[in-house]
Design a protein around this ligand. Structure first.
Ligand SMILES: Nc1ncnc2c1ncn2[C@@H]1O[C@H](COP(=O)(O)OP(=O)(O)OP(=O)(O)O)[C@@H](O)[C@H]1O
Ligand SMILES: [Mg+2]
Length: 225
């Protein structure tokens, strides 16, 4: 089995034919590594995560995840691939507004024919929301919604966790809860790709990749804690 899990080859994304968000990115991510991605606002970080998580297609270049060339998959295959391999924590929450916290977390389980409510309850308790199981998103604070989203992303034990500013909306205490969870997931052998503006959080990773103007400006930096 190859050491590299995610390989981006000359990856470009041009929006609307004029905005170059990613400009020929070459990047390899090793299995089990935690890669932190930093860079100024608008530099292409979320675009990069959207490509790797199969939410959007590149304009050119290729993405390999394990043995799978993502470019070759159709929409149904992409959705299934993502569901089986990737956990996502977004900058926005995308919770289903009419479902409770518990139902939102259970949603990805249904797709995998798993209806074991106790796992979802346990995961919500892990993110400190045992007392909000039956609240709909509108009755939750922004940080609580973020934590529901995190619980949902962890529910199927993804081997790749992709997180866009996962602690951005959280206070210090809940930020630490979430960070500790991500550390646990990493220590269990999973691969983490995490975007953050916070240099302290970035340094929790094995490696920091800086994106500036859609290009990798600094990579392969080994983090010394
Ligand atoms: N759907 C879209 N359509 C057109 N342009 C877009 C779209 N999404 C992003 N862009 C543009 O692409 C560039 C990169 O955006 P991206 O969201 O990847 O930045 P970012 O590094 O995540 O920024 P931030 O730190 O503010 O989240 C920006 O110039 C942005 O305006
Ligand atoms: Mg972003």
């Amino acid at each position: 089995m190859s050491k590299e899990l995610i390989v981006l080859d000359n990856l470009s994304k041009i929006y609307d034919g004029c905005t170059t968000a990613l400009n020929e990115i070459n990047l390899s991510i090793s299995r089990g590594d935690w890669t932190s991605i930093t860079g100024p606002s608008g530099s292409g970080k979320t675009t990069l995560l959207n490509m790797v998580s199969c939410l959007d297609k590149p304009t050119s270049g290729s993405i390999m995840i394990g043995e799978t060339k993502i470019n070759d998959l159709n929409q149904t295959e992409l959705t299934r691939f993502r569901r089986e391999n990737i956990g996502l924590i977004f900058q926005q929450h995308y919770l289903i507004p009419y479902l409770s916290a518990l139902e939102n977390v259970m949603l990805p389980m249904y797709y995998n024919n798993n209806k074991d409510e106790s796992i979802a309850i346990k995961t919500l308790k892990r993110v400190g929301l045992g007392h909000r199981l039956h609240s709909i998103p509108a009755k939750l604070s922004g940080g609580e919604q973020q934590r529901v989203c995190i619980a949902r992303s962890l529910i199927n034990n993804p081997r790749i966790l992709i997180a866009d500013e996962p602690t951005g909306n959280l206070d210090q205490k809940n930020g630490r809860v979430v960070l500790n969870l991500i550390k646990e997931i990493h220590e269990a052998g999973n691969t983490i790709l995490l975007v953050t503006h916070n240099s302290k959080i970035a340094r929790e990773g094995d490696r920091i990749v800086q994106i500036i103007d859609g290009k990798v400006s600094m990579s392969n930096m080994t983090v010394i804690n």
